[in-house]
Design a protein around this ligand. Structure first.
Ligand code: PEP
Length: 254
């Protein structure tokens, strides 16, 4: 359990999505390993599952952690195409993104499924990065708060006893891969709502739970976003595929 007093370092996590290749991965990781030496934050890369073994060896002994982009809610059995938490553990996976909006949208993952995936990760010592976020239509309809609270509530409901172990990522769907970033004020406002919800669920742990911002974070906007009181890091898609950009985001952590 994270103690009430623990304040984690900020976390910068790359989400490679369905990108990469053996040669490209090696070049990217070698550049990151060379440049991330003095990082003042935790760093992770969430890579496609077929590359776990390659990335595990390239990152061995380094401070960069390996992450997955999804995890099965089930322990084993007839779930074609899925990877269990125990399998991820065998490759040294430390973080697993759960409930990314692309999984909610294209794979119809519900809040309950996302909560079960977080539970499977936690039961195996993997930190779930729980994604929440509203669509543009929901924001325009004034539903942002209601949507993110509903998504996080499902995870708290199932995992309340170990909620201090999760990482939350606020990812407005309209900002993902679009080049439109939430302003620091827009992001901070939602992060404060999420912090209050975590406080309600586990008051003594809430200040230490990392809430990342994700959605077109890049080298130019990272510093201002990361300076907000309740923004404890970033989940980075496109910009995590280019070593100089990802390294500049890491360097933007004060
Ligand atoms: C993401 O997919 O989690 C993400 C934040 O993507 P991008 O940075 O490309 O918007």
């Amino acid at each position: 359990m994270v103690s009430a007093m623990t304040k984690h370092a900020k976390l910068i996590a790359g989400n490679w999505k369905m990108n990469g290749g053996l040669n490209a991965n090696e070049a990217l990781l070698r550049a990151l390993l060379q440049g991330a030496g003095g990082a003042r934050c935790d760093v992770a890369v969430c890579v496609p599952a077929p590359y776990f073994s390659q990335v595990q060896s390239l990152l061995a002994g380094s401070p960069i952690a390996l992450g997955a982009q999804d995890i099965s809610a089930h322990a084993q059995g007839a779930y074609t195409g899925e990877q269990s938490a125990a399998m991820l553990k065998e490759f040294g996976v430390r973080y697993a993104i759960v409930g990314h909006s692309e999984r909610r949208q294209y794979h119809f993952e519900t809040d309950d499924v996302v909560a079960s995936k977080a539970e499977a990760a936690l039961a195996n010592g993997i930190t779930p990065i729980v994604c929440v976020g509203e669509t543009l239509a929901q924001r325009d309809a004034g539903q942002t708060e209601e949507v993110v609270k509903r998504q996080l509530a499902a995870v708290i409901h199932v995992n309340g006893h170990c909620i201090s172990e999760i990482v939350v990522a606020y990812e407005p769907v309209w900002a993902i891969g679009t080049g439109k970033t939430a302003t620091p004020e827009q992001a901070q406002a939602v992060h404060a709502v999420l912090r209050a919800q975590l406080h309600h669920a586990a008051s003594e742990h809430a200040p230490g739970i990392r809430i990342l911002y994700g959605g077109s974070m890049n080298a130019a906007n990272a510093a201002e976003l990361l300076a907000q009181a309740d923004i404890d890091g970033g989940l980075i898609g496109g910009a995590s595929l280019k070593a100089p950009d990802f390294l500049q985001i890491i360097a933007a952590v004060a």
